[in-house]
Design a protein. Structure first.
Length: 307
């Protein structure tokens, strides 16, 4: 091969390499231009997901959240107290008035303070919160619950509360570490109680014990009234069966003799004869007696005597 041919061949090789490099660079540039919009789209989607997750997160101290939490507490408390009260009544074989447990749970005052985020929202937008939850009960319920615990040789309410880290202030029970979860599902705010809070357990026991003690006292009062009524009826029956004493008739009093009329000395005048206190006069001899001394015996006729 001539020198000219060799030079031309080298030039083709150099030109081919240059063209190949140019094509390669053009392809790389095109690839970069084509990949850039896709990368931007992925970044935009991730941003939207983060923004949606942030939008679904709910504040722990939101007023709606606290209202939903109070409703959840009332419902859970009522269910637990109903179950316990029914169990107590069945063991004692006594009946409970309808709705008495619900009435007591509705009378409990629930308050939520110092709500704070315990764990940030997860992928589902659920936030774990912690707050100080208090429940104020009537003093009568606490007293009756203490009576039941003492009768069954159970620990006192104060020791039970101390064991569960629950403060008591008069008739208010406070849990300073109450945990709950909040978030949105289906566009609505949801509130859920986390775990089995000791505060709910203790308060439900107090309500159930109070209801049980009231029913027990009512049954005792009814039995006492029934026994008193039976005693009264028995006494009345005995009185009706006993013979009644007969009152004796009053004795007949003898007739009082008539008092003779008094002599009116003024009317009688001088016709009244005053008996003489002097010696009686010698009776005169009957005129029919003969005076003949020769007669030895004289017979005197007298109607009252015979000689």
């Amino acid at each position: 091969m001539s020198v000219a041919n060799k030079s031309l061949s080298k030039w083709y090789k150099v030109a081919g390499v240059g063209i190949a490099c140019s094509l390669a660079l053009a392809g790389c540039d095109r690839s970069e231009k084509e990949d850039t919009p896709e990368t931007a789209e992925v970044t935009e989607q991730e941003t939207e997901v983060s923004e949606n997750a942030a939008a679904t997160a709910v504040s722990c101290d939101d007023p709606i959240v606290q209202d939903r939490l109070k409703s959840a507490l009332k419902n859970t408390l009522n269910q637990q107290a109903q179950t316990l009260a029914t169990s107590y009544a069945n063991d004692a074989e006594i009946g409970l008035s309808s709705g008495v447990v619900t009435t007591k749970t509705n009378g409990i005052v629930i308050d939520i303070q110092n709500a704070a985020t315990l764990q940030a929202a997860n992928a589902n937008g659920m936030t774990t919160c912690q707050a100080s939850v208090s429940m104020t009960l009537p003093s009568e319920d606490l007293y009756q619950a203490s009576q039941v615990q003492a009768a069954n040789n159970q620990p006192s309410l104060q020791s039970r509360l101390a064991q569960d880290n629950i403060r008591i202030n008069n008739n208010m029970l406070v849990d300073d570490a109450f945990t709950y979860v909040v978030g949105t599902q289906g566009g609505q705010i949801r509130t859920r109680i986390a775990g089995q809070p000791a505060l709910l357990t203790v308060v439900s026991e107090v309500v159930a014990s109070s209801v049980y003690q009231s029913a027990l006292e009512e049954q005792r009062a009814q039995r006492a009234a029934q026994q008193a009524e039976r005693r009264r009826e028995t006494a009345q029956t005995n009185n009706d069966n006993q013979p009644r004493p007969v009152t004796p008739a009053a004795p007949v009093r003898p007739a009082t003799p008539a008092t003779p009329p008094s002599v009116n000395q003024n009317n009688q005048g001088s016709s009244a004869t005053t008996p003489s206190t002097t010696a009686p006069a010698t009776p005169e001899a009957p005129k029919s007696t003969p005076k003949d001394e020769s007669i030895d015996m004289v017979i005197i006729e007298d109607e009252n005597a015979t000689y």
